[in-house]
Design a protein around this ligand. Sequence first.
Ligand code: MN
Length: 228
Amino acid sequence: MSYAIAPPSIPSLPIIGSEQRFPVRRVFCVGRNYADHAKEMGATVDKDTPMFFCKPADAVVTDGADVPYPQATTELHHEVEWVIALGSGGRDIAVAHAQALVWGCGVGLDLTRRDLQAAVKAKGHPWDIAKGFDHSAPVSALRPVSAGMPQGDTVLRLSVNGALRQQAHLSDMVHSVPEIIAALSTLFELQAGDLIFTGTPAGVAALQRGDRFHAELVGVASLEGTIV
Ligand code: MN
């Protein structure tokens, strides 16, 4: 068998303390998972059901590479998020069994064309063009959970040009990681290689060309890069 065109390469993330890389299959994202961010967006949290959207796997930016300022926007926003990487999958996973699917953790930015998001929200259109654009998902190297799962007092934060923009504890999340995995697995058969962005706390704001960002899941993973 041969392909008519060159097949796309598989996006992958570095692994802390390893020469191996983690292959990315899909990118799922949770919306409105911190009450203070939902409030700043004029939205409310649904405590029963997480809200999901997706990005293409090849939107992932790896290894601290520069992030090109995207086309078709004048309002590129940062959303710093705890990123979960799945090492196994399944469907209709029970909350009590969901933790076992997690292979590793990192920190990432759910970059958002906020002006386009406002426009599609107003029309009741899908979020894809606001969320799933090229280079919209910078992610750090992953730390395997064999080195320990981050606890609720772990700090998630983002600085831009040295100034703190967003900060929260993981315990501030409305839906826990096992709850997110369980809910997502009722909608999709989860697979090894899937990433899940778990939502952002308050403080989302614009990025400009030349801005240097530093996202941290303190003691677990960090990511630095530049908007170019
Ligand atoms: Mn987000």
